[in-house]
Design a binder for this molecule. Structure first.
Ligand SMILES: [Zn+2]
Ligand SMILES: [Zn+2]
Length: 450
């Protein structure tokens, strides 16, 4: 019947004080902060074992039972302690994340001594605010003004809540410290003490007579302040970004003041879509413009200018072409720049050209068809295409040719869907690609306008 003693690394004759001491030593050795990530699991198991041993041996009755029978059946085991499994607190329990200070307080705390104030200064809550902006706003930069009503420390009593020269005496509840001690259990036999603000003196540590209450804040220590805040959205900022006004949230005596965080979201624009710092727009032109060229104001830019595009003589616009206007995109936001600083870098503007073909039977006279056919090229330009499409008529007898005039048109986006087929030979695909376009920088079907 020595197993539990061995776990705690004490003699079977150990006193309660020695057992406590041994437990603390082990708890420190297997503390989550002291073991590497890879040793955690083992440490946790070890921790459970020696904690169980401690729970048994520190309880006089259970220790006697264990010494006599080698078991403590029927007794609550460590997993049945109030508050659930106490080890949750040690090894990343979700509801009560382990705080390294708990250990510090337990071992180094001075119970009964002078209460210590928490080391990190508490902070008032950040205020959050969401606004909707337009793409024009983000293009030009914008200052958003907002009326803010917040609590500030009373200007008359400077946050004490009392009149000037009021007779103050130490608060009896917290003994003038402003904080009271609260015991919290963090593990088996482990408690820690938190210090929370004293309710009686509201953390001041002093109390005063009712007639000495500050008239301005009625003893609340804070007063309301209304002012106009300015949020600067820099040029080129992106939807979802934030502007932070530091220390503009509520004030409270003894607390650091939180921030106001404004998040702005951009509405969809009727003409432009933003991608990174570039802008995209779609423009539809009739086939005649695509073939013969055009000169027209396509739209109003985000800064109010009209964007007029004149195609050079002879230029043909093809479906899927983008007209790229360099440096006509969004301003590129420079880090640390504010809305009025004028960085000149801009993204580009891409105008996707969509060509509308005329409807069936578009011509007025039959002769028109002939005229246009005579004007337009009737031969394909690529010899390869011609060769590929030339049918050896000699191999097909005349009576074997069937003519189709009653067909329907299926649009590419309305074709039937098929289950994905596995590619059997990838090599073949590359082969086709090189044959079509010529390997390694051969003639590419490209039409860029410079
Ligand atoms: Zn006041
Ligand atoms: Zn108090």
């Amino acid at each position: 019947m020595t197993e539990l003693y061995e776990l705690l690394e004490v003699e079977t004759t150990a006193t309660a004080t020695e057992i406590k001491k041994a437990y603390r030593k082990l708890a420190l050795r297997y503390h989550p902060d002291k073991v590497g990530e890879d040793e955690r699991e083992e440490a946790e198991l070890k921790f459970k074992e020696f904690s169980h041993a401690y729970e048994v041996l520190i309880d006089e009755d259970r220790r006697k039972e264990y010494d006599t029978y080698g078991t403590t059946d029927g007794r609550p085991s460590y997993t049945e302690f109030p508050g659930g499994n106490p080890f949750d607190n040690f090894y990343g329990g979700a509801q009560n994340a382990y705080d390294a200070n708990d250990f510090h307080n337990f071992f180094n705390g001075t119970p009964g001594g002078a209460p210590r104030r928490p080391q990190t200064k508490p902070r008032t809550e950040d205020a959050e605010l969401e606004v909707t902006v337009t793409l024009e706003d983000l293009f030009r930069g914008k200052v958003i003004k907002s009326t803010s009503t917040r609590n500030i420390i009373c200007t008359t009593c400077k946050g004490s809540g009392a009149r000037k020269n009021a007779a103050m005496k130490p608060c009896g509840i917290c003994e003038g410290s402003g904080t009271v001690r609260k015991i919290r259990r963090v593990g088996p036999g482990l408690v820690t003490q938190d210090y929370i603000e004293c309710n009686t003196c509201h953390g001041v540590g002093k109390i005063f007579r009712a007639k000495d209450t500050c008239k301005k804040c009625s003893g609340k220590r804070t007063i309301e302040e209304t002012k106009i805040l300015e949020f600067e959205i820099p040029r080129g900022a992106r939807s979802g970004e934030t502007v932070v006004l530091t220390g503009e949230s509520d004030q409270y005596p003894g607390k650091e003041t939180g921030d106001i965080v404004m998040t702005f979201h951009c509405k969809d624009h009727a003409v432009f879509e933003r991608r990174g710092d570039d802008l995209y727009a779609k423009y539809r032109i009739p086939l005649a413009d695509a073939l013969c060229g055009f000169s027209k104001v396509l739209f109003k830019h985000l800064d109010g200018r009209g964007v007029k595009v004149t195609t050079p003589r002879g230029k043909v616009i093809r479906s899927g072409d983008y007209i790229k206007l360099k440096d006509e995109g969004m301003p590129v936001k420079e880090e640390g720049s504010s809305w009025f600083s004028r960085g000149n870098k801009r993204g580009d503007l891409y105008i996707e050209m969509d060509i509308e073909f005329p409807p069936d039977n578009w011509y007025l006279e039959k002769n028109d068809l002939l005229k246009i056919k005579n004007l337009l090229p009737t031969e394909l330009s690529s010899k390869r295409d011609i060769e590929k499409q030339t049918v050896d008529r000699d191999s097909i007898p005349e009576e074997n040719i069937e003519e189709f005039i009653d067909f329907s048109i299926a649009r590419g986006n309305a074709l039937p869907e098929y289950p994905e087929e596995k590619k059997t030979n990838e090599q073949d695909e590359y082969q086709d690609y090189y044959e079509d376009y010529g390997a390694y920088g051969g003639a590419q079907p490209e039409c860029t306008q410079q």
